[in-house]
Design a protein around this ligand. Structure first.
Ligand code: C5P
Length: 400
């Protein structure tokens, strides 16, 4: 296990399990080389001195937005810079605040800004844990896509026996290892991922396109890279941040997307075709801006090339995963598409469902395979959905 160059924000709240957080921090920095920034709540400061955490992290510990030496919008920078925000121990209170979007101190503000990068390791009394309010808060956060390293059952500090005990440090380290380093499932594999929409120009300033944000494709590319693959992302015009270390080619039209994929198709092991190729292309491109008083009443349309089918014709060995956006008869239509286009798998999104598909940070999908298996992946962050798609496909293999 190594966390060199990994930035972890460790948020500590007021629970007696705090002593375990000190040991966790010591292991993260001293044994595994992580770069850890500790943030403590006011209650946490009553349990333990920040000096312990400053010594193990080698950095100042902050607890208030108004701390001396704490400038400007650093809470936003902390959230952005961290590869993961781990709240350990996480009290019922911080979970409730996160579930309600409350940002009334430094840690809760960071959690709100970091969103689904945050993972909670709860620690509390069994009655607090089992209280429907807490359970609902945890469910709500899980649905949004926040991570949880669940508590264990055992003897609690108050002498009650039940669920609420902070899980052991090794489990937390294992979770961080899986999330930050992956398990090299795609080591030595070449992976091509497409993302975003395409733009089909009518004249130099007008185009037909769609609402695809590229988030699902980016999540797949990042997960594949984490799993050790050599990844190339081919993306249409998107406004999401693409990490500098992810090899990327930007394209605009379906034709450019097709040419780029064909040029880069040599010995590709996996193609994740998450791009929403715009099928409706103006039949003719007019190379000066069409004027208002030009009497255009119709735009003749032609269809874009079916890129993934062309790719399949040329590359029989690649394991190809297509994506399908369908509302009515989605299952049948998606499976038909998989057969027609020669895909190994197809991922069906139903954009009618809340928080699913285009532009959202979350998704809920069903994955179908050539040999008739199906997997329902319930609503979660696109990163989590991508992780699970890769897990299933690497375990099931081509054409299964
Ligand atoms: O648009 P459709 O539902 O047919 O898309 C299914 C799959 O086919 C997607 O993976 C998409 O990227 C791909 N596709 C393509 N070329 C097109 C249209 C879609 O490769 N012209």
């Amino acid at each position: 296990m190594k966390f060199k160059n990994k930035k972890i924000l460790l948020g500590i709240t007021g629970s007696i399990a705090i002593y375990k957080a000190a040991d966790l921090l010591r292991k993260l920095t001293k044994n595994y080389g992580a770069d850890v920034q500790v943030i403590m709540t006011n209650s946490a400061l009553r349990f333990m001195s920040p000096l312990v955490f400053e010594t193990f992290s080698g950095k100042n510990v902050y607890s208030s937005i108004f701390d001396e030496g704490y400038v400007g919008t650093r809470h936003i920078d902390f959230a952005k810079e961290a590869d993961i925000v781990l709240i350990c121990p996480a009290t019922a209170n911080i979970i409730a605040k996160a579930a309600s979007g409350i940002a009334d101190d430094l840690l809760s503000t960071i959690i709100l800004a970091a969103g689904t990068k945050t993972v909670f390791a709860p620690a509390m009394n069994v009655n607090m844990y089992k209280n429907p309010a807490t359970m609902e808060n945890m469910d709500k956060l899980k649905k949004i896509g926040y991570g949880f390293i669940d508590s264990e059952t055992g003897m609690l500090a108050c002498n009650d026996i039940g669920k609420g005990k902070l899980t052991n440090i090794d489990k937390i380290l294992e979770y961080l290892n899986m999330t930050l380093n992956g398990t090299n499932k795609l080591k030595g594999k070449k992976v091509l991922v497409t993302a975003g929409p395409t733009r089909e120009y009518l004249d130099p300033v007008r185009y037909i396109s769609n609402r695809s944000s590229g988030k699902m494709g980016l999540a797949l590319a990042e997960e594949a890279k984490k799993e050790g693959a050599e990844v190339l992302l081919v993306t249409g015009p998107v406004s999401i941040d693409i990490p500098n270390d992810l090899e990327t080619i930007k394209v605009e039209s379906a034709i450019e997307m097709r040419d780029t994929l064909i040029q880069n198709s040599d010995s590709v092991d996996f193609l994740f075709m998450a791009a929403a190729i715009e099928d409706l292309c103006p039949a003719e491109y007019i190379d000066t801006k069409i004027k208002k008083n030009d009497t255009i009443t119709e735009i003749p349309i032609k269809l874009a090339p079916d890129i993934v089918s062309e790719f399949r014709q040329k590359n029989k060995k690649t394991c190809i995963v297509g994506f399908s956006v369908e509302m009515n008869d989605g299952k049948e239509r998606s499976i038909n598409k998989m057969q027609k286009k020669g895909l190994d798998y197809i991922v069906w999104n139903n954009p009618k469902d809340d928080g699913v598909g285009f532009e959202h940070d979350t998704n809920e999908v069903t994955l179908f395979s050539q040999n008739g298996h199906e997997w329902f992946l319930s609503k979660n962050s696109k990163r989590n959905i991508a992780e699970n798609i890769i897990k299933i496909i690497t375990e099931s293999g081509k054409n299964k």
